[in-house]
Structure formats: C-alpha cells, structure tokens
Write a protein that binds this ligand. Structure first.
Ligand code: ITT
Length: 208
C-alpha cells in the first residue's frame, strides 16, 4: 500500500492514474503542512517526512509549481497561493479563499503580469520534486520538468491549477486544460517524475 499525501484532489487523480499499473493499493491522505522553504526540493522533503510520520507507512508526496523566467521565476514555490503573494517582500498573507477561487485568481494574476510580453518570452515550465518516504526516512526522490508557454487567455476546463493558461511544447497549441486527462498525463512533469518512481517501485515491491 502507498499513501498519497496531498490536499490537492487534482494531484491525487493524476498520481493514482499514473501509478495504477503498479497494482498497489493507493490511499489518499490530507494534512495542512507549512511550506516555508524557497526550493521545491526542500518543501517536498518537509512534506514527505511529515506525511510519513502521520501515516506510519510508505507515502508519496510532492511540491510543484509553475516557473516563468520572464517573471523572475514566479510564481515558483509560491504557486499554490500566488494571488496572496506580496511580490516585493515574497510574503504570503493567507486570504483563506477556497482552492477553486484561489486557482482562478492565480491564473488571472499570471495573465495580468504577462500582458505585453511577447513570444519567446512567454516561455514557462512546470517543475515537481516528488518523494517517497517512510517515517524518518526518504526512500526515493525525483525532480522533473515540463516545458511550454503561457497562453494569452484561459482555455479549457480539464486538469487543475494553472492548466487553463499553460500550453505544452507538444500539445499543438492547446492548453493542458484542453487536453483529455490521458493526454495531459502523457506529457506532464508529474508523469516524468513518476516514470522514475515506477521503476524504483518495481524493484522495491517488498516495501509497498
Ligand atoms: P499539497 O501541497 O497539499 O500537495 P498544493 O496544491 O498546495 O497541494 P503545492 O504546494 O505543490 O500543492 O502547489 C502546487 C501549485 O502548482 C498549485 O497551485 C497547483 O495548482 C500548481 N500545479 C502543480 N502541478 C500542476 C499541474 O500539473 N497543472 C496545473 N497546475 C499545477
């Protein structure tokens, strides 16, 4: 059995679909965990160890986000609450808004900041640091990226988070939110990180 530690139902759906071929029981678990670090890797480590302590078993969790070089790397590690971020001080003041509302505001903020920025400076990438841990110990980690650019406007209703404004390198101009879940899952940063985890899991079945 593997626990999937996240508060994000979109991540649960994608991780579950991508790990389904393993044939291992997957159990979602959700905790409110501080993410104070300035790298995805460090935040992912904090999350993975906290989740593993809570579940007492093998737990997968990840920290991810959107990086836009033209915006000095923002939203970056502040992706989840970008609309609540003071860009000057890099401090988040939580507005307590629901995920649905904050996701929409995050996308609007990115589009506003990208106004007047032309290609090729609309380049962007998703990054993920994904870890598997058991209490007190990281068992596996991988970092992956997926490249593309920021659309001029929101399009599509699939996926989650920044998918309506992110056009993949090989999606023929479509945003990730316009792709069916299978096609997004073939191309995403999460898929790339989970490919490596899949191999590790096949060789470490006795732990799962
Ligand atoms: P957990 O920390 O509980 O896992 P979270 O949603 O807060 O859930 P992060 O702190 O890792 O997760 O923030 C990730 C942000 O990046 C969040 O705004 C997501 O919507 C966004 N994001 C990550 N992967 C994405 C993807 O595949 N498509 C669109 N947006 C994505």
């Amino acid at each position: 059995m593997i626990f999937i530690g996240t508060t994000n139902p979109g991540k649960v759906a994608e991780i579950a679909a991508l790990l389904a071929p393993l044939g291992v029981e997957l159990k979602p678990v959700s905790l409110d965990i501080e993410e104070p670090a300035e790298t995805f890797e460090e935040n992912a480590r904090l999350k993975a160890l906290a989740y593993a302590e809570h579940t007492g078993g093998v737990t997968i969790s990840e920290d991810s986000g959107l990086i836009i070089p033209a915006l000095e790397g923002l939203p970056g590690v502040w992706s989840a609450r970008f609309a609540d971020l003071d860009v000057q001080t890099r401090k988040v003041t939580s507005s307590g808004r629901s995920r649905e509302v904050i996701d929409r505001l995050n996308n609007q903020r990115v589009l506003e900041l990208m106004q007047g920025i032309e290609q090729p400076r609309r380049a962007a990438l998703f990054k993920v640091a994904l870890l598997v841990a058991q209490p007190g110990k990281v068992l596996f980690q991988s970092v992956a990226e997926c490249h593309g650019w920021i659309a001029e406007e929101e399009k599509g209703t699939g996926g989650f988070g920044y998918d309506p404004i992110f056009v993949g390198q090989d999606t023929f101009g479509k945003t990730f939110a316009e792709l069916d879940p299978m096609r997004k899952n073939l191309r995403s940063h999460r898929k790339r990180a989970l490919d490596e985890m899949f191999l590790w899991a096949s060789q470490n079945r006795s732990l799962l």
